[in-house]
Design a protein around this ligand. Structure first.
Ligand code: FAD
Ligand code: UDP
Length: 387
């Protein structure tokens, strides 16, 4: 095994993209994955009813990075899909992000004057975070901010994070700003869509290279050992090649400094004997229900299947680190970032070890951000090898 040029742990977008790039540059790459399938959290498969589902929650591709879009387009065609989400507020459905149409639905005849004031204050097509809107000293805008806070953000954020919108990282609620527009799409990125044959098919093509050796059902611990002296052992022998690790960094070091906090999710899938369950790909439950949202996969994938549909409900809770639980979201705050930094500094003592990905970097990255980071890391590794 120590004959490989690179050992990569994890076969989500991070690991698979680096593996492909290095393989194309002539490196022999060993890819190690703990699960019994490729794709990481973007993995999709067909359920018992024949519906294409996302096993680890709904994934919609969107990016502003042409490089990422063009790169992935080598491995998939795209189904044109623009994600639209509504919030269920006491039975009334309104677009999320909260926009000028949501304003009409929530405020009826008071909406035009409020819209006029919003546009005058912030400008048309502006995205205003809920925390910024709540700073407004204008009494009418402050009242509107309270409405959006109470009905869109407060309960959903408590369910998702166990904390209020003020307590969590502001960048998180900023992902879903109040949008002074009639554009009711969830994302405004120029490139959006779903892989035509699904994510797993995309990964199969991405990994289809003679220089890639894939081992599923293999935990990093079975292959890698980190010595006290900055050397990585692969299969017990000092490894001179490159190691890219895309799992949780606290796991890599046996949680030596303590466990990094994450949120995990429980997914409840349900197949129903109807053509459609709901009008939109995703409905967010922002004022009630124990789950955060319901997603109906057929809307996303465009799969045509008469009188059958599968939906998923997402329940969020604190990750406890028990076997079988998956850490999905890093809980980003100064204290946790400091703990992460201790692990990152320790990893820095191993010159050929690179941390990459949503888990290994303890960040809230979308798929496209991960692909971009993976391409950039591969660029760097290839340049270093040449030099
Ligand atoms: P992962 O996909 O998590 O892959 C890491 C892989 O490493 C896993 O397969 C894991 O099994 C393996 N691994 C970990 N530790 C070890 C170990 N010790 N040994 C061996 N293998 C190991 N992004 C979007 O762009 N659009 C969306 O709509 C979207 N929706 C999302 C919905 C949910 C519910 C969640 C949780 C995330 C969503 N994301 C979305 C984010 C997206 O999932 C991530 O950006 C992407 O999966 C990150 O890829 P990755 O390779 O870093 O990590
Ligand atoms: N959010 C909210 N209400 C919503 C949608 C989002 O309060 O209807 C907040 C919540 O804190 C959430 C964050 O905005 O965690 C980011 O939402 P996003 O949809 O980007 O989350 P993801 O799809 O990554 O789970």
């Amino acid at each position: 095994m120590s004959n490989f040029d690179a050992v990569i742990v994890g076969v989500g977008f991070a690991g698979a993209t680096v593996a492909r790039e290095l393989a194309e540059a002539g490196w022999s790459v060993l890819l190690v994955e703990g699960r019994d399938h490729i794709g990481g959290n973007a993995y999709d498969c067909t359920d018992e009813a024949g519906v294409l589902i996302h096993k680890y929650g709904p994934h919609i591709f969107h990016t502003q990075h042409k490089r990422v879009y063009q790169y992935l387009s080598r491995f998939t065609q795209w189904r044109d899909y623009q994600h639209r989400v509504v919030a269920n507020v006491h039975g009334q459905l309104m677009p999320v992000p909260f926009n000028l149409t949501s304003l009409d639905i929530a405020f009826e005849d008071k909406a035009p004057a409020l819209a006029e004031k919003l546009l005058r204050t912030y400008g048309a097509e502006r995205k205003v975070t809920i925390l910024e809107l709540r700073q407004s000293s204008d009494p009418e805008l402050a009242q509107l901010a309270d409405y959006v806070y109470e009905n869109i953000f407060k309960t959903y954020t408590m369910k998702q994070w166990g904390q209020t919108p003020e307590e969590i990282d502001p960048a998180t609620t900023a992902r879903v700003p109040v949008f002074l527009s009639r554009d009711d799409r969830y994302f405004q990125d120029p490139y959006q869509g779903m892989p035509l044959d699904g994510y797993t098919a995309l990964f199969e093509k991405l990994l289809d290279h003679p220089n890639i050796t894939l081992r599923l059902n293999t935990d990093a611990q079975a292959v890698l050992t980190l010595t006290q002296v900055g050397t990585v052992l692969v299969d017990g022998e000092a490894f001179k090649g490159t190691v890219v690790y895309t799992g949780a960094v606290d796991d890599l070091f046996q949680r030596r400094f303590g466990r990094l906090p994450y949120r995990t999710l429980d997914f409840q899938f349900e197949t129903l004997p109807v053509e459609w369950y709901q009008t939109h790909g995703t409905v967010n439950y922002t004022v009630d229900q124990p789950f955060t949202r319901i997603t109906e996969f057929k809307h996303l994938t465009g799969q045509e299947l008469p009188r059958k549909t599968t939906v998923v409900r997402e329940f969020s809770r604190a990750y406890t680190g028990e076997a079988g639980e998956i850490p999905y979201y890093a809980v980003i705050n100064p204290e946790n970032r400091a703990l992460y930094q201790r692990y990152a500094d320790l990893a820095g003592e191993y010159p050929n070890l690179h941390l990459l990905g949503r888990l290994a970097e303890y960040q809230y990255y979308n798929m496209d951000a991960i692909v971009l980071r993976a391409l950039e890391l591969a660029d760097k590794l290839k340049t270093e090898k040449k030099g």
